[in-house]
Design a protein around this ligand. Structure first.
Ligand code: ZN
Length: 138
């Protein structure tokens, strides 16, 4: 059987989740983005990781409140995997917040070619009854 490669588009809410991930999803539904913070070494993860990569300590979820960012980099996907073909071409973008933290998400409402440095705003979307995500908007 062929392996299915699906690009990341959102968080499926019906998959078996840990309490940590469940809390992250419930926050997304309330238009809140959570970052993970390691209580031991203070390293931050966005999107959050349950366990710190440096010391494997369980991270705590803390609300990430920045909403405005600038387009740092992007790719336009013309040749999409089958599951995303109906959405192609689409844009996957890295936005940089004033704090310097970066986040990867789709830009969903472009009306023209994206430009590095353009303003982005973080938005939230319930894609379906089982899928919730965050996205960039111009
Ligand atoms: Zn740590």
């Amino acid at each position: 059987m062929a392996t299915e490669h699906e690009i990341y588009l959102g968080y499926s809410t019906d998959k078996a989740v840990t309490p940590f991930f469940k809390q992250f999803l419930e926050s997304l539904e309330k238009n809140k983005l959570m970052k993970g913070v390691c209580p031991k070494c203070k390293k931050e993860y966005l999107p959050p990781r349950q366990y710190c990569q440096k010391d494997l300590t369980e991270c705590q979820l803390v609300e990430f409140t920045e909403r405005e960012a600038k387009l740092y980099s992007f790719v336009i996907v013309d040749f999409a995997p089958e599951s995303m073909a109906s959405r192609a071409p689409y844009v996957v973008a890295i936005g940089e917040f004033p704090s310097g933290r970066r986040l990867t998400a789709h830009i969903t409402n472009l009306t023209s070619e994206p430009q590095v440095g353009m303003k982005l705003k973080l938005g939230f979307e319930r894609v379906s009854d089982k899928m919730v995500t965050y996205k960039w908007q111009v």
